[in-house]
Design a protein around this ligand. Sequence first.
Ligand code: SF4
Length: 408
Amino acid sequence: MENMSGMVKEKNVYLWHNTLCSTYLIDLKKMENIFRLNGWKVSKDPQDADLVVLGSCGSFMNVIEDFERKYEEVCEMKKRVAIYGCLPLIAPEKFRPNGVMAKFDFFIPATNPEMVEKIFDELTVKWNDLKEPGEFRLEDYRNYRPERKFVVVQKGCSATCTFCPHKVGIGPHVSREKNGIIDEIRGYIRNGAKIIFIEGRDTGSWGTDLAPKQNFGDLLNAILSLDGDFEVHINQLGGNWLVAHGDELVTRLKSEKITNVHIPIQTVSPRLLRLMGRDERIAEMEPYLMDLKKSSRKMLLRTDIIIGFPTETMDELKATLEFVSKLFDEVACHGFELHPNTEIARQTVEFFDRAEIDERIQYALDYFAENYRGVIHRGGQDSASLVAREHKIKEICLSMQGKAEKSQ
Ligand code: SF4
């Protein structure tokens, strides 16, 4: 592109997203890198941009509405638009020729971020030439700490939950090779990283698709045997993997280095878990979680639950709240949302209306306020609660540290 003086003008890209999860935020950072390395400037204002990349998450209704607002704003500016991420597969009707977001120039699916290459007329640095960044764009942090590094160990998901919009967007699970992961982590530790976040949408599935087959415990073993003074946080370790690998996995999780584990349970009711298409044995995790909690160390256990899943009884909800109160230090409470392109939407079950779901959420929040000392928040359904969460987590970590020091 030439400017009025005949000089070749640098192209500008503006990148934005609506709460992509960590795994795909890392790819957004990689996209920023590929633009810079191919001679583009990264703009902070969409008005200045030749191309706008909109990272789209489809996890919650408020997030989808937010995306639509941003899309309209950019369309009014008459910019070229690339849509990256999950939403066009989660809600394809919105992106079809007569849909509300029909006009865009490129689609880069979450499963194939390397498709960003088709945007460039000339490509000097390719997607596969780029190093894993291990971090997000600076503006994607609430609190940037360079000693924290984020390492994606797998993408996609191995489960087939009937209600889940994510799987439609991210596809089947694909593990990274162990050597690549270990080299990446070793490099971060050598350069001073203190906390390694193990990321993926289904981290516990790591290795089950590799030949020869391996499991998440094998990967943990390799990470934990690295030299250095570092902590490990694990995200999205499905409870089914804890039940499947039991004591073997718990033994590894007891490492002093692992200080934060996220195990989404959704519910403990075997009946609801069957309806959700999930492993119905979640309540069987209790002895393993007890074992982890008893080891007097500073480990924070986090979970997610769904409230108001179709046909949920109040007894089932109470059992889940009791389980969480006994075993977890943090809970994200999500009200059930019906995504039209999911399996559950095609089933003949009765759905609760919004008012009933809101009442149940309030019931859960009241229950926790009385019976629970951990952190409660609404996750991606309410971003303000994520900020309050950070203060409470600090308090809990300090108190755990105090206990651990006393017991030494
Ligand atoms: S996997 Fe789920 S949370 Fe992550 S970007 Fe896709 S829809 Fe959003």
